[in-house]
Design a protein around this ligand. Structure first.
Ligand code: CTP
Ligand code: MG
Length: 595
């Protein structure tokens, strides 16, 4: 909750440092800016021209019954309107075009940066927050670029032009129009403050609503299973109500502000008519000037009212850009070495030398872990849940940096290799299989066109996945839902094996899922594993000890330390932890067999 709130805090409305950085994104589109400003000056000048033309029409043409000049002025009025419409179209189009191009670039930058970040970052950052950066935050910058910056110019230009025309027509009347300004500024000031607060509320409650929805929909089966629908609905209604009320409150301020501006502007017009009317009686002012002033006064209030909206856009954009830049500046990146070592020929020896590691400072997860895997060997890691097995694998792929010790592949410290080269060697079949939405085919080759249809089918056949895939209505083109929701656990596992085999890695790591599958699938999986392991250096993390009896070496982990190491027979002979584990599972099997 706190976190979310801190996400929504609005900072300064204008921050020159942020603005400077934002403008670097505009740079490639300078020509649009120049074009927009150029159009702006014209558009802004055209509107204030019209009351002036009206004044001439009344004072000169109508007063002198000059039909010809009246027609001319009417034509000019029409042409100026037409011109304004065309330029307005150009202005809107080009500023929006520029805004869209800029935020496109920004989204690409954010996505590519996020892809580079180390897992440590994602351990701490909820996915929803990253998504918000790419969607909402970027969108509010679009508003700044497309309507904010440029339109602020246009409003300022219009105000300036109106000033010029008004003061050139009548000093007295100009002062009268301006006399309402203090009240207007005060109203705007109040409005801005209130809207800012309510806007923050709206955002906060929306974030709550989103995350609540996301979590409950994600966990819908638990909600239904435990019959929590009514309770969840009640909670949802509460959150929904808060959100609605926040919205109503913000609408309320708008509903008050706009009429207030209207009243003030009407007041100014009334004053002009009253004072100017008197002057017309005295013949110290022409009717045309009075008429023009009424129009100027009405025209004058709109840009001022708009400016206060621009202020909100600016404020939101500043807050958004601050959050975006914070993400872009995040340096949780595991660096590549300056002079990377390339393995000329891969043999496949893996060494851990006194590796000590913690995800969070002070909470050591691995202590002084040392072992060697000879080329082509299969090594198994066993141990209780939380013992640090998956962590060993994470370190080998260099997902996290180690504090002490070194990890060597063929004698080369993995810190001296490029991450890309390192990870090309390794394939990890994860504990919980991750499938992407797409097709079965695409999930096996991960849309790598170098792995063609025949390789995909070969890999699937080798791990024994071909049969079930072939029975699907669309076979290899069958749609896979997000997270592979429509497939069984065993099927997903087989697909992930096929994926590993298709990529033909030098080093294979299997992190066995704890979930059990039926005996038939179990056999399939065991056969698949055998095929996967042959001829490669491999690490198998196993919960079922039956899987690993033939391994060249078994490492027994306990609370982050290696307690025992040896072959199945050696460890049994030792009568230590492994022996106990084995006995437990053996007994278990005996019980199920007799049952
Ligand atoms: N851990 C952590 N941050 C992570 C992952 C793990 O702090 N991003 C901690 C866990 O809380 C655990 C320890 O690291 O105490 C070891 O985790 P792991 O290596 O994943 O344990 P495994 O031996 O793989 O356990 P399991 O058999 O359940 O997979
Ligand atoms: Mg694990």
């Amino acid at each position: 909750m706190r976190e979310q709130l801190s996400d929504e805090i609005l900072g300064k409305a204008y921050d020159s440092k942020l603005m400077k950085r934002l403008l670097t994104y505009v740079k490639p589109y300078k020509k649009y800016v120049v074009l927009a400003i150029f159009l702006n000056v014209f558009v802004a000048g055209l509107a204030p021209l019209r009351p002036y033309l009206t004044k001439i029409a009344i004072d000169t043409s109508i007063a002198n019954k000059d039909y010809e000049s009246l027609t001319l002025i009417t034509a000019l009025l029409f042409i100026s309107l037409l011109f304004q419409a065309i330029m307005q179209y150009g202005l809107t189009y080009f500023t929006q075009l520029m805004g869209q191009k800029i935020i496109y670039d920004l989204r690409v930058q954010i996505f590519s940066h996020v892809q580079k970040l180390a897992l440590k970052f994602f351990d701490k950052t909820p996915v929803g927050r990253i998504v918000t950066r790419v969607t909402n935050d970027v969108e509010s910058l679009n508003e700044l670029f497309s309507s904010g910056i440029v339109m602020v110019f246009s409003d300022l230009f219009i105000i300036m032009w109106i000033f010029v025309f008004m003061f050139s027509l009548s000093f007295d009347l100009s002062l009268i129009t301006l006399s309402v300004l203090p009240a207007l500024f005060y109203a705007t000031f109040l409005f801005r403050r209130k809207v800012r607060e309510s806007y923050r509320d709206v955002r906060f409650h929306l974030a709550r609503l989103n995350s609540y929805m996301q979590e409950r929909v994600g966990g819908i089966s638990i909600v239904q299973l435990f019959n929590k629908q009514k309770r969840e609905l009640k909670k949802f209604k509460g959150i929904n109500k808060d959100y609605r009320d926040a919205n109503i409150k913000s609408v309320f301020y708008y509903a008050i502000f706009y009429p207030t501006v209207e009243i003030l502007s009407s007041l100014a017009v009334a004053l002009i008519i009253w004072y100017g009317g008197g002057k017309v009686f005295e013949s110290t002012m022409t009717l045309g000037i009075l008429f023009a002033f009424v129009q100027y006064t009405e025209m004058f209030f709109r840009p001022i009212r708009d400016l206060s909206e621009k202020y909100n856009i600016m404020q939101t954009a500043m807050a958004s850009s601050e959050r975006i830049f914070k993400l872009l500046d995040d340096k949780t990146i595991i660096p590549d070495p300056e002079k990377p070592v390339k393995l000329s020929e891969f043999r496949g020896k893996i060494e851990f030398k006194n590796v000590t590691f913690a995800y969070n400072e002070g909470e050591t997860v691995l202590k002084n872990v040392s072992f060697t895997i000879e080329p082509g060997q299969t090594v198994a890691i066993v141990g209780a849940t939380g013992a640090g097995k998956t962590s060993i694998v994470n370190l080998l792929s260099r997902f996290y940096e180690i504090e002490q010790g070194e990890i060597l592949i063929d004698g080369v410290n993995i810190k001296n290799m490029r991450k890309e080269d390192l990870r090309k060697l390794i394939c990890v079949v994860l504990q919980d299989v991750l499938l992407f939405s797409g097709t079965i085919k695409g999930n096996i080759n991960l849309n790598n066109s170098a792995i063609g249809e025949s390789e995909i089918k070969k890999a699937a056949a080798m791990v024994g996945a071909h049969n079930f895939i072939n029975n699907l209505p669309q076979k290899y083109d069958e749609k896979v839902q997000e997270k592979g929701a429509t497939l069984s656990v065993g099927q997903k596992q087989l697909i992930s094996f096929a994926r590993a085999l298709a990529y033909d890695p030098k080093i294979l790591i299997l992190d066995e899922a704890t979930a059990s599958v039926d005996t038939e699938t179990e056999i399939l999986i065991q056969q698949a594993i055998k095929k996967l392991l042959s001829g490669r250096t491999s690490i198998v993390i196993a919960h079922r000890l039956s899987t690993i009896q033939n391994s060249d070496k078994i490492i027994v982990m306990h609370k982050g330390e290696i307690k025992e190491m040896g072959t199945h027979q050696e460890l049994l002979a030792k009568r230590g932890i492994y022996f106990k584990l084995y006995q437990l599972q053996y007994k278990d099997q005996e019980i199920t067999k007799t049952a």
